[in-house]
Design a protein around this ligand. Structure first.
Ligand SMILES: Cc1cc2nc3c(=O)[nH]c(=O)nc-3n(C[C@H](O)[C@H](O)[C@H](O)COP(=O)(O)OP(=O)(O)OC[C@H]3O[C@@H](n4cnc5c(N)ncnc54)[C@H](O)[C@@H]3O)c2cc1C
Length: 529
């Protein structure tokens, strides 16, 4: 059976960073195991998050969650399934969160995760187009660019934002204040820079790094209280030093539970033998509920004119393939803003992302198409939701569906903040010079006014944020799944390094923070701590 020092499972941002860092020592053998294929699908080069890719089970996991909301709708949580993980299919927006987010991790009892140690990790991974500065890195593996936004529509969004008091920022990550600007994106010369491209491909030829693709891990092999290796169908590998799970906030608790590490009662009901009773494996799940608001434009501006027809989409594809330019060379949301839903707050508590296109109503089983009429889209989510859901296995069969409870908008804090955010977005679109461009709101529509109607609209017509965290959260307590060095409690030589270890949201999108988190975790692993 194959034997390595480290077995890393999952090649998303966390797994790619770990493979890079741990294999830098030629004396150690590293295996990176990924359920999906190599990242050779030509569709993923485009930074535009293609619905056909996100909905394709051969390149993206589709996890159905429990029905929710007034219409008891079913939604699928998507995750990338190939080298690069979700960073190979995501929306490429790059945000880090700020000092307060990481210092809050330390305050929760996790030494070593504060801003003074995380900022150097971010600077180490970044190759920022705006160059090195006290708060930015240049020359690192991960290229970050600013959207080359232009045109009257986007400028008018920025104009309205600044009128409402948001500072227009070139580098949206520079300060944790109310701000708006063109998105920062993991894009170089019109192409997506996934974590695989940034961290894995440059080191793939190291003789001490083995990458196994199309290999699904079902469980961790436990022997004498330690993680001895991993097991899948027709596959086994042993780890002399450590097994590191980096399969993301949905698959990692699933693998732990299937290995007998989880809440005892839940495991027993699912027919899984209990090895370690760890009550919070799969619990404490936090996910953003995103408002999806759309507006009809008074003039034929924006991308719908081209992307609203199949012929136009084909033309955009050809333009992209030939030149790496056009709408498919940009992130869907070209503008990002951070705002306070109440003026007395000391920092922003909500994020908006705006694109110059709008979507047709989703038809079950079909890709999300653009509208033909001109439109704009605004996504809005509160930055620090405290509603907690959870997920658990329902059977020892790894192919059986998980029971995932999103539990969106469960707390008064989340509902109140979300309603305030929704009204702030309406205010932005009613402010000149943007207001002059808008004919009317099409989604959810002006009839939605009362607080409960707003919440119901967010549940019925919104989307998940693709930012699930905390299902194996770090912390100092005996019931925290991993300790502040990300070691799984109750088992030797087993770590979790991915989005699941974050106990609280950091303010922004997650791909960058998870990469920096794994960079930091590699410090602990290399130090032997
Ligand atoms: C559609 C979408 C849009 C997003 N948009 C943005 C954005 O614009 N900006 C941003 O910063 N973030 C965005 N995110 C979030 C970001 O991409 C994720 O938070 C980040 O990739 C999480 O990294 P991870 O390493 O924890 O897990 P993942 O990226 O999910 O990687 C986990 C890897 O593990 C593999 N795996 C899972 N199960 C197994 C198994 N049993 N055996 C072997 N391998 C397995 C998976 O195939 C995958 O490759 C988006 C996510 C999605 C899904």
């Amino acid at each position: 059976m194959a034997q390595f020092d480290y077995v890393i499972v999952g090649a998303g941002p966390a797994g790619c960073v770990l493979a890079n860092r741990l294999s830098a020592d030629p004396r150690v053998d590293v295996l990176l195991v990924e359920a999906g294929d190599r990242d050779i699908d030509p569709r993923i080069a485009s930074p535009w998050m293609l619905a056909e890719v996100v909905g394709d089970p051969s390149v993206a996991w589709q996890y159905p969650i429990r029905p929710f909301g007034p219409a008891q709708q079913v939604e699928h949580w998507v995750r990338g399934k190939m080298l690069g993980g979700s960073s190979a299919v995501n929306g490429v927006v790059y945000n880090r969160g700020g000092r307060a987010d990481y210092d809050a991790l330390e305050r929760l009892g996790n030494p070593g995760w504060g801003w003074d140690t995380m900022l150097p990790a971010f600077k180490a991974i970044e190759d920022h187009e705006l160059g090195a500065s006290p708060v930015r890195g240049a020359g690192g593996p991960l290229h970050v660019s600013t959207v080359d936004g232009s045109g009257p529509l986007l400028e008018d969004v920025l104009g309205a934002g600044t009128r409402l008091g948001l500072r227009r920022a070139r580098d949206l990550n520079e300060a944790d204040e109310e701000r708006i600007g063109y998105a920062m994106a993991t894009v170089r010369d019109g192409e997506r820079v996934s974590a695989a491209q940034a961290f894995l491909h440059p080191v793939m030829d190291r003789p001490n790094l083995t990458v196994a693709v199309n290999t699904v891990v079902d469980r961790v092999e436990l022997e004498g209280g330690r993680a001895a290796g991993v097991v899948g169908r027709g596959f086994e590998a042993r780890a002399g030093r450590e097994v590191i799970l980096a399969t993301g906030a949905i698959a990692t608790p699933k693998i732990l539970q299937l290995s007998g590490i989880g809440p005892a009662d839940t495991l027993r009901s699912a027919g899984v033998d209990v090895v370690v009773d760890s009550p919070n494996v799969g619990a404490r799940l936090r996910e953003h509920r995103v408002f999806l608001m759309q507006f009809r434009l008074a003039e034929d501006l924006g991308h719908n004119k081209l992307l609203g027809t199949e012929a136009g989409q084909e033309a955009a594809r050809r333009q992209y393939q030939a030149t790496r330019q056009g709408p498919l060379a940009t992130p869907q949301c070209e503008i990002v803003g951070f705002l306070k839903t109440r003026p007395e707050l000391d920092r922003p508590d909500a994020q908006i992302q705006i694109g110059q296109f709008s979507l047709r109503a989703l038809e079950p089983g079909k890709a999300h198409l653009m509208e033909r009429e001109p439109g704009m889209l605004c996504l809005g989510f509160i930055l620090r939701p405290d509603s907690e859901g959870g997920l658990h296995v329902t059977s020892p069969d790894p192919d059986a569906p998980l029971d995932i409870d999103a539990n969106y908008f469960a707390t008064e804090h989340d509902r109140t903040t979300a309603v305030d955010l929704f009204r702030s977005i309406r205010r932005l679109f009613a402010t000149e010079p943007l207001a002059g461009r808008i004919e009317h709101e099409t989604l959810p529509g002006s009839e939605v006014q009362a607080d409960q109607e707003i919440i119901d609209a967010g549940l019925a017509m919104g989307a998940c944020g693709y930012h699930a965290i905390a299902t194996c959260a770090m912390g100092p307590g005996d019931d925290d799944v991993v300790d502040p060095r990300l070691r799984v409690r109750g088992v030797e030589d087993l770590r979790v390094v991915d989005a699941s270890v974050l106990p609280i949201m950091v303010a922004g999108n997650l791909s960058g923070p998870v990469s920096a988190l794994a960079w930091r975790a590699a410090d602990f692993i290399v130090d032997g701590s």
